[in-house]
Structures are given as structure tokens and as C-alpha cells.
Ligand binder design. Structure first.
Ligand SMILES: N[C@@H](CCC(=O)N[C@@H](CS)C(=O)NCC(=O)O)C(=O)O
Length: 211
């Protein structure tokens, strides 16, 4: 049985959302963060040496890492749904946006999370802030030219971006009030029944950060 181990307020919301979009059978196990460290609790860390969310288990398989899990589930249980085939015109767009979320945007946001809110900005911190702002601008431009990251339809690239544009701002606040296209996109995502089900199951105490 496919089991999604979801850590509260974390990237594993992506995997719950994916399973709900695909409407596949899965078991959901929700873990609360350690109240002091705000990290994953010991029983979550015991699942795999990596110790970070998301992690899935499926028979003998124990798999961490958002992108790997999404590809695994789509390939094994989704019949390729929500992926874009290599022959499609938007294949390269799909790959770029799928990977840009975790390979480039998340590290930039994570570094910003570690910066003190006040005080003088170091040159290195400024470099990361500017890179991060550039990434937000790229996303804003993309969502002005396409309905979804890979084109006309929701794909796994959107599943990768969901957390990054929403709950990640809980950890690393970003002012997106001027980003019209991102805000409109988030309303569209938030109206999806599968997204609503996922957030209600995974983080029932949290209002999704769609504004
Ligand atoms: N690139 C990894 C990042 C995983 C990650 O950093 N997860 C965070 C949650 S957003 C985590 O587990 N934090 C709690 C901890 O480190 O104990 C992925 O996408 O799976």
C-alpha cells in the first residue's frame, strides 16, 4: 500500500495533493513537528536516513525527495497522468518548471529563511535576495503567459510549485501583493477540489496561503 508520510506545514503537502489529483488509493500518516525544534519528530526521522519530508513507503520502498516521489507515483500509479510526454511541444517547459521549483527557487528561499529580519544585509545575503526576487519575477511572467506552469493544463510542475508559492511563505515571508498573475493562479489552484481535500486532510488547522 502506498503510504504518504506527511509532516505538518511542509513540502509533503505536494504529495498529498498529487494523490488527490490522481484519485489513487493511498494511506495518509500525519506527523506533528517537534514543538521545540519545529523539525520532524523522531519517528519521522526514523523512516529514512535523509529524515526530511516528504517520504513515502510502498512495500519495501522507502522514498524521500519531492521530485523523485512525484515521478515514482505518476509512473507507477498515475499511468503517466500529470506528466508531459517527450513528444509534446511543451515537454521542455514542463521539465524546466518542474525542476526550477526545487533546484533553484527553494534553495534561494531557504537561504532567505536564515537571514535576520533586521540589520545590515551582507553582500552574500543581497546576492541571494536578488536571485530570489528574480525567480519570483520569472514565475510572475510565466503565469502571465500560460494558464499553468507547463502550458494550458495542470501538470506535476504545478504540484511542485504549490508548496513553494504558498506554505513556504509561512517559513520565508515574501510580499507577493504586486504579483497579479501569481495571485490569480493561486486562486485557481485553491479552487480545485483535490487541492482543498489535500489541505484539509494534511493540515486541517492551517488556512492555505493563497493570498
Ligand atoms: N528537497 C527536499 C527538501 C526536504 C525538506 O527540507 N523538508 C523539510 C520540510 S519543508 C523538512 O523535512 N523539515 C523538517 C526537518 O528537517 O526535520 C524535498 O523536496 O523533499
Amino acid at each position: 500500500m502506498l503510504t504518504v508520510h506527511h509532516l505538518g506545514i511542509s513540502q509533503s503537502e505536494r504529495i498529498v495533493w498529487l494523490c488527490e489529483e490522481l484519485e489513487i488509493p493511498y494511506e495518509l500518516k500525519v506527523y506533528e513537528r517537534d514543538p521545540v525544534t519545529r523539525l520532524a519528530p523522531a519517528d519521522y526521522k526514523a523512516l529514512h536516513p535523509v529524515g526530511t519530508a516528504p517520504i513515502i513507503t510502498d512495500g519495501d520502498v522507502v522514498l524521500p525527495e519531492s521530485g523523485a516521489i512525484i515521478e515514482y507515483i505518476i509512473g507507477k500509479y498515475g499511468n503517466g497522468r500529470l506528466a508531459v510526454a517527450p513528444g509534446a511541444k511543451n515537454f521542455a517547459d514542463y521539465l524546466f518548471w518542474f525542476h526550477f521549483a526545487n533546484a533553484s527557487m527553494m534553495p534561494r528561499q531557504s537561504v532567505r529563511m536564515g537571514q535576520p529580519a533586521a540589520g545590515e544585509e551582507t553582500p552574500r545575503a543581497r546576492f541571494m535576495r536578488e536571485r530570489s526576487e528574480k525567480a519570483w519575477d520569472l514565475v510572475e511572467a510565466r503565469l502571465g503567459e500560460a494558464a499553468y506552469f507547463a502550458g494550458d493544463e495542470l501538470t506535476a510542475a504545478d504540484i511542485m510549485w504549490g508548496f513553494t508559492l504558498t506554505t513556504m511563505r509561512y517559513w520565508a515571508p515574501v510580499d507577493i501583493s504586486g504579483k497579479r498573475n501569481i495571485l490569480a493562479y493561486l486562486q485557481k489552484i485553491g479552487a480545485r477540489p483535490a487541492y482543498q481535500r489535500a489541505m484539509a486532510k494534511g493540515d486541517p488547522g492551517m488556512t492555505p496561503m493563497l493570498t
